[in-house]
Design a protein around this ligand. Structure first.
Ligand code: 5GP
Ligand code: ZN
Length: 135
């Protein structure tokens, strides 16, 4: 998509700090890092989210995430990671090109875990929710 900033990064119109890339995806440092080495991994085709991404790219993407983590391990030696992506407005997605956040974590860095994102499970029990899948 021509007005997509991450597509512009892929073709080099907007500069970036690439730390790993292959034929299908690019891993570059987030411009507003939340931790040291905060990295974004994006598919090299435009897709707003995983559901819109061609499966050929989707199945490669996790391999790129793994390779990027190996690189981060080599260079920054973090103590852990949070890895994930924001999907849609409700999920807090700002840039409409799928990007997987890799946030290296360091002992006593003051951060929380993914459970801190939201805690509002609704009134239905897990069993009631499960039954919705059986209809
Ligand atoms: P999200 O869409 O998941 O809420 O977050 C978008 C992320 O993209 C943010 O962490 C933001 O700092 C990052 N970002 C936005 N524009 C650019 C850019 O031009 N270059 C880089 N490297 N990161 C960007
Ligand atoms: Zn794009």
């Amino acid at each position: 998509m021509s007005d997509c900033i991450f597509c512009k990064i892929i073709v080099g119109e907007i500069p970036n700090y690439t730390i790993y890339e292959d034929d299908f995806a690019l891993a570059f440092l987030d411009i507003t890092p939340r931790t040291k080495g905060h990295t974004l991994v994006i598919p090299k085709v435009h897709a707003e989210n995983l559901l819109e991404l061609d499966e050929k790219y989707a199945e490669k993407l996790l391999v790129t995430v793994k390779k990027t983590q190996e690189k981060l391990n080599d260079v920054l030696k973090p103590d852990g990671y949070n890895v994930g992506w924001n999907h849609g407005k409700a999920g807090g997605q700002l840039v409409p090109h799928l990007h997987i956040h890799i946030m290296p974590r360091y002992n006593n860095d003051g951060g929380a875990n993914m459970h801190a994102i939201v805690n509002n499970p609704g009134d239905e029990s897990v069993e009631e929710v499960y039954k919705l899948f059986k209809k």
